[in-house]
Design a protein around this ligand. Structure first.
Ligand SMILES: [Zn+2]
Length: 276
């Protein structure tokens, strides 16, 4: 009797915690709809995450131009889908932040992921208010020295709250890849899903491939932005050096409202491959 009561209480307590987290998360979220009638405004907040002097110098030397290829990427890809906006995404650099965001959990359970999302939303609120009036999406970019493995930590994008957390390296040669990751997380905030295998990291065919119908299929030359990598051979994939080597595939375009799911075709009339 006592045992079952204890379990009953534990179950109730666990359920209450889950409901509280869920309620907080829903309360804290402020979904804004992006209809692509006007540009999406993105603010990037750099953070000296390892507190090194070299990282500080790199962060201090950043300008909006350091992130310009994100704008060019969305302009180029938006034109391919004929969305009717010359500059669908406008990027602005915010002053560096001193505080560190909560580290994103690796391979999190749903509860851990929700808990992180709540903490991240609270952290953003403390440092930048609930909703920055002058932006639609906020990307927090944590910079590390090039030899620091923490620069490869998991990055995340939250659709609720439209917040992205990007980990990257304080190195000019690495900025192209930092921006690739930022564009990936930015697309998560707009509703795009991952298109790679969570175990192997390999992009999934066809949606995660930049050129899913080319023959022969390999080598792929570019990465689908949510597929994340260039699949060079069936067994070898690599991260692209910059957004010049990335495309928005049809499945991602449908998810973010660039392409109607009813008439899936790319500019040029190329039909999409059917899933096997
Ligand atoms: Zn992702």
């Amino acid at each position: 009797m006592g045992r079952s009561t204890l379990f009953g209480w534990l179950r109730l307590a666990l359920l209450s915690v889950l409901l509280t987290i869920l309620a907080l998360y829903l309360l804290l979220s402020s979904p804004r709809s992006v209809d692509w009638h006007e540009p999406v405004r993105v603010r990037i907040y750099p953070i000296n995450a390892d507190r090194h002097d070299a990282t500080a110098r790199y962060v201090a030397g950043l300008s909006t131009d350091s992130f310009r290829d994100i704008e060019s990427f969305f302009s180029r890809e938006g034109a391919r889908y004929e969305i009717g906006l010359d500059r669908p995404v406008l990027v602005q650099l915010a002053p560096p932040l001193v505080a560190l965001p909560p580290a994103a959990p690796e391979q999190a359970s749903i509860v851990q992921a929700l808990w992180w999302a709540v903490r991240m939303r609270l952290w953003v609120w403390r440092h930048d208010g609930w909703n920055a009036a002058d932006s639609d999406i906020r990307i927090f970019m944590s910079f590390y020295a090039p030899d620091n493995p923490l620069g490869m930590q998991h990055s995340l994008g939250l659709q609720k709250g439209m917040i992205g957390l990007v980990n990257g390296y304080a190195d000019a040669e690495h900025q192209g890849l930092n921006n690739f990751v930022a564009a990936h997380e930015l697309l998560h905030t707009l509703g795009a899903g991952d298109k790679y295998d969570m175990q192997s990291g390999k992009p999934l065919w066809p949606d995660g491939f930049a050129d899913p119908v080319q023959a022969p299929l390999f080598p792929q030359q570019r990465a689908e932005i949510m597929g994340g990598r260039v699949q060079v051979t069936p067994g070898w994939s690599l991260l692209p050096p910059s957004l010049d080597h990335a495309v928005v595939g049809a499945a991602t375009a449908i998810e973010i409202g660039w392409l109607s799911p009813d008439v899936p075709r790319l500019k040029g009339g190329e039909p999409l491959p059917m899933k096997p």
